[in-house]
Ligand binder design. Structure first.
Ligand code: RUQ
Ligand code: CUA
Length: 651
């Protein structure tokens, strides 16, 4: 234990040495070549070449940026409520944030992953994980809205998620924390052998993207950190880093760093499908929410599902193998050919690369080195494909270009290192400011990388921007990787803490981008698609206001007969059918903020009138020259008043 403590102290000390080095280096540094500014400059009125989807980390959102400019285009609320677009506040989208733990409006998201066809990014959907209360979301890349959220049962710390297979057959999600499964009351010290992990396979309907929890694989109680599906020759497998194979449950910093090697778990999901077909699963009772937003009714529903099919890894031969990998590996990355699996051992001096071909051979010839909970451990030397010697300190993640190169981030030595796949030689290294986590290359985790840019996402910002008090924005850095040497082009601030990002050529998404919702297709239960349908209905204390919005009035704009103690539903339909003409809606004293209604869309805000008076409401989005006129009044009378319900627009 002493030695390990010493090791972490050394790493810490090194970290500060390196940080201060790079800090100083930066002041005089000529990292920017003279034409770097030109290479990220997108002239007014022109478009970026790529979309960058950067996870919002602890903000629970997804940031959409233009690359190379770094311009922020949109923040998509996913596992969050959004005071810009009313997601999670309006009645239509509240069900999206429902779970079996109740309404969870804030989560921690790390890994956006774009759908693929034949191992190439296709720009249909982006999937993303919620770490804390395990969920997987699907964001539709025509509307750029969260379209679906699936809660993951039997999981805890859904960090190892969401990873998309080559034809988007599955989105795979594993547990970072092992827990009692099923959950029960038991002493923490009995962790070893009793806590378990699960790997969930969510199938995806290729027509509409709908997810279904197809099955789970039950695994030993290690920590499963990151994963990548095999591709091309290794299609049908998924590779997952583990740490804490010690099964420590306290002071993990030390106790989880004892073993010389942890594992990369190689899971054969084609085999899993065979076992499912052959009925080798057990159906377990559990509970999880499945939430879907319907684009016709503009309304989300939440359904609680009750069971899941489970495959027990220790009992099913050929399903899972362990590849020994030094030392507490974090990222697990597969090269574009599918042959090499890179384990980024956080505490290892070298980068370990496994060979898929050798792995198959080792399996066939039973080159085993023992087993863990009934799962064969393959012999390290027999699966080793190569080693990148002393590339840097604290490797976290690796991506690939289209010329046979790999790029790895090093957190402690604060740099990106370029190396050659196959010869394992180091070609280039460039500092990052400071301490990068993930990096991203467009298509860099698929069969087809577009090796033009590399984005490093840094954990520490320090002095890169004007200070903003104790809380600083996070920072991304863009490199040109078209030459032998990487060239730093720019810094740009990001929201939350991006872990992974996915970058996609704009041409795959831009032509399909939705402009409006067609009024004729609006099937919202409370839509008002023409002015003659404007009305107010009272049902006891419940009042429904069917209101329309168009430049530049709200209809009705005078309402009387509302009483203290009512519950008023404002159903707003935006009658516009032009691109980029949303209207907002705000009414004084509303507890749940405002609405922002897209052309042709209907949204609902609930308002509890608590005080007698005449209260204004208005459009909160500057929509026209007479936007300031787009307003009205609602009269609230005492609870026992007998003022008749009435409404109007002019005379
Ligand atoms: S992780 S910064 Cu959350 Cu993907 Cu490595
Ligand atoms: Cu409508 Cu401002």
């Amino acid at each position: 234990m002493k030695r390990t403590t010493y090791l972490s102290l050394t790493l810490l000390a090194l970290a500060s040495v390196f940080t201060s080095c790079t800090n100083q280096g930066k002041k005089s540094n000529g990292a920017l070549t003279s034409n770097a500014a030109e290479r990220v400059y997108v002239p007014p009125g022109q478009y970026d070449e790529f979309y960058g989807f950067l996870s919002g980390g602890f903000s629970g959102q997804l940031g959409v940026y233009g690359i190379p400019s770094g311009r922020l285009l949109k923040v998509v609320p996913v596992f969050s409520q959004d005071p810009e677009k009313a997601y999670g506040y309006n009645e239509e989208t509240k069900p999206m944030l429902n779970t079996t733990h109740g309404f969870i409006p804030w989560d921690d998201t790390h890994h956006p992953d774009v759908s693929q066809t034949n191992g190439v990014l296709d720009g249909r959907w982006i999937f993303m994980n919620a770490n804390n209360t395990p969920r997987v979301a699907r964001i539709d890349l025509t509307s750029f809205e969260t379209a679906e959220i699936m809660e993951i049962p039997n999981s805890a710390g859904n960090h190892n998620s969401a990873f998309v297979t080559e034809n988007t057959e599955y989105v795979v999600a594993g547990t970072r924390f092992s827990v009692p499964i099923p959950q029960r009351d038991m002493p923490i010290k009995d962790y070893k052998g009793n806590f378990k992990a699960s790997l969930s396979f969510l199938s995806v309907d290729q027509d509409n993207g709908h997810m279904d929890l197809s099955f789970q694989i039950r695994l030993p109680g290690f920590n499963y950190d990151l994963a990548h599906p095999g591709r091309d020759k290794s299609h049908g497998w998924i590779f997952i880093t583990t740490y804490n194979t010690e099964e420590a449950y306290t002071l993990q910093e030390v106790n989880s760093s004892q073993n010389d090697k942890d594992f990369i778990a190689a899971v054969n999901w084609k085999k899993a499908e065979e076992y499912i077909k052959a009925g080798k699963f057990t159906t377990e009772a559990t509970e999880y929410a499945h939430n879907i937003y319907n684009e016709e009714t503009h309304t989300a529903t939440s359904t609680i599902k009750k069971e899941v099919r489970v495959l027990e890894a220790s009992e099913l031969p050929g399903l899972v193998y362990f590849l020994p990998t030094p030392k507490s590996p974090h990222g697990c990355d597969v090269d574009p050919t599918g042959e090499y699996i890179v384990g980024n051992g956080k505490l290892s001096a070298d980068l370990t690369v496994h060979s898929f071909t050798k792995m198959l051979d080792a399996i066939e010839n039973k080159k085993f080195d023992g087993e863990a909970y009934g799962i064969p451990i393959l012999n390290f030397e027999d699966v080793l494909g190569g080693t990148v010697k002393q590339p840097g300190l604290g490797p976290l993640h690796t991506e690939f270009d289209d010329k046979g190169n790999a790029y790895t981030t090093f957190f402690i030595s604060s740099e990106v290192v370029k190396w050659k796949v196959g010869t394992w030689e180091i070609i280039d290294r460039k500092p990052t400011y400071y301490s990068p986590g993930h990096l991203s290359i467009p298509g860099g985790n698929s069969q087809k990388p577009w090796g033009k840019y590399l984005l490093a996402m840094n954990k520490i910002t320090k002095d890169r921007y004007l200070p903003t008090g104790p809380e600083l924005t996070q920072s991304a850095q863009l490199y040109d990787i078209t030459g032998d040497k990487m060239v730093l082009l720019s810094d740009f601030p990001t929201i939350g803490e991006p872990h992974y990002a996915s970058m996609v050529p704009a041409e795959l998404i831009q032509p399909k981008s939705r402009k409006i919702y067609n009024l004729e297709e609006n099937e919202h239960a409370h839509a008002t698609t023409k002015d003659s349908d404007v009305r107010i209905e009272r049902n006891g204390k419940e009042v429904h206001v069917y209101m329309t919005m168009i430049r530049s009035h709200l209809n009705p704009d005078n309402i009387e007969g509302i009483k203290v103690g009512d519950k008023v539903y404002f159903h707003l339909t935006n009658l516009e059918q032009d691109f980029d003409v949303p209207h907002g809606f705000a009414v004084m004293g509303a507890e749940n903020a405002e609405l922002l209604v897209m052309p042709g869309q209907t949204e609902t805000l609930v308002w509890y009138p608590k005080k007698v008076g005449v209260w204004p409401f208005y459009c909160s989005d500057f929509c026209s020259a007479l936007h300031q006129e787009m307003s009205g009044y609602i009269r609230v009378s005492p609870e026992d008043s007998n003022i008749e319900l009435s409404w109007g627009l002019g005379d």
